[in-house]
Design a protein around this ligand. Sequence first.
Ligand code: AKB
Length: 332
Amino acid sequence: FHSVSFSETDHPKVLITVFRRECFSSSSSCVFKCNFLFHRKRFGNKNVILSDIRKPPSHVFYSGPFIYSDILDYKNLREIVVNNRITWLVHYSALLSAVGEANVSLARDVNITGLHNILDIAAEHGLRLFVPSTIGAFGPTSPRNPTPDLCVQRPRTIYGVSKVHAELMGEYYHHRYGLDFRCLRYPGIISADSQPGGGTTDYAVAIFHDAVKTGKFECNLKPDTRLPMMYIEDCLRATVEMMEAPADTLSMRTYNINAMSFTPEELAQEVQKQLPDLEVTYDIDQVRQAIADSWPMNFDDSNARNDWGWKHDYDLPELVQTMLNYIGSDSR
Ligand code: AKB
């Protein structure tokens, strides 16, 4: 490899990847919204290209370039980067935790082989590269309350293993080849316009849809399972802010970010303040419960706050109010 140093013209030219085959990958709504946010923020529609192997769903707001790209096809990726003069790459393609356990070989292909392709393309073309990591990159031997940026990481899911691999490979390419690799460990992300997509934290999205549509919710995690969570607007703002942060403010290349931590019981109580008739029952999914029990309960994001000024806007009450406003207005 030779590494080309990053140079911006007027605007970065951003490529955002998602990959959906049999199963949903890393929250496609996250990608669509991210795309929108990058546009709206400052880069201009034509400078942000969304890519997938499937057409974007028509219900998702989208205006701007869309391109076919398969992260498992190196030549196709290279063509896109060269032909469109891409300078930033935001790589969302991944199978999430629960769906990854149900399809380990696809998760290995998408999450590991796909990442290798992306790293090589980014290093070869001097791109600034963002890859999200997750609370799932920690495991039962990590400190859970709170979990700092640097500690033991021995996850027990293919998703977690692939994300630790991504963190380490990205940092290795940074030190070895000068790749401008940037990575945030996301908590569970909650968004109104995505259906649950195979994650362990998905109960915290499903509860809002079920509460509004049926007035009943069956939770697949125990009532006292505490996990870190974040509303999507905060997650995407963090992503754009970290991508824009001057390199000399970054003392690390992989940061925890967080907003709040709650249990299913606490979330249900907050929703019941607005919808008092909501009935919540519990039917535990053993796979998801074992995963959740090995993940952080509270996430220490003090380095992100100190280094590049990360600050969340949404706490639990604002999250619940915002989600119910969106989903309630959609169902009317
Ligand atoms: C999942 O539950 O798998 C994801 C995550 C926390 O990374 N939402």
